[in-house]
Design a binder for this molecule. Sequence first.
Ligand SMILES: Cc1cc2nc3c(=O)[nH]c(=O)nc-3n(C[C@H](O)[C@H](O)[C@H](O)COP(=O)(O)O)c2cc1C
Length: 141
Amino acid sequence: MGMNTQLARLCYASKTVKDEDEIRQDLMDILAEAVDFNGRHQVYGVLYYGNGKFFQCLEGSAEIVNTLFYEKITKDPRHSDVVLLDLADIDYVKFSRWSMKYAPYDKAMLRFFTDRGMAEFDPYSLQEQRLEDFVDYLLKI
Ligand SMILES: Cc1cc2nc3c(=O)[nH]c(=O)nc-3n(C[C@H](O)[C@H](O)[C@H](O)COP(=O)(O)O)c2cc1C
């Protein structure tokens, strides 16, 4: 990455279009595509799936991250209702160890939500401090 490359972090929420039992194959395909493209373009991040919804953060060159999101991901028929939650210039990437970290749903995750008054995972309700807390949580697990 060039010294003058502006870095950005983009987080969004979306809904899956497949049934719960069909999502596994989509997830594996998406992760394989993500690891391949992101690895070649110094894009990093995390993808979380739970309760029929996706939450993803993309980090890297602002130009590449924006193009990936608006030209590919928002047009991808494997999900719908894509809502941008946060787009910020950053000084460093948090997920530098992962081309795309996959965070599975588990009991600890459920506790993260219930501790914050959410009955279940709802990425659309993640804003400001809660969004930042969730990203840091995904970084640690
Ligand atoms: C929830 C979700 C997350 C995705 N994340 C990425 C990603 O991080 N990187 C990526 O290259 N493609 C990602 N994709 C896949 C792209 O939308 C697209 O299918 C892929 O880049 C291949 O596009 P192409 O065949 O036009 O090159 C994601 C798709 C979905 C549905």
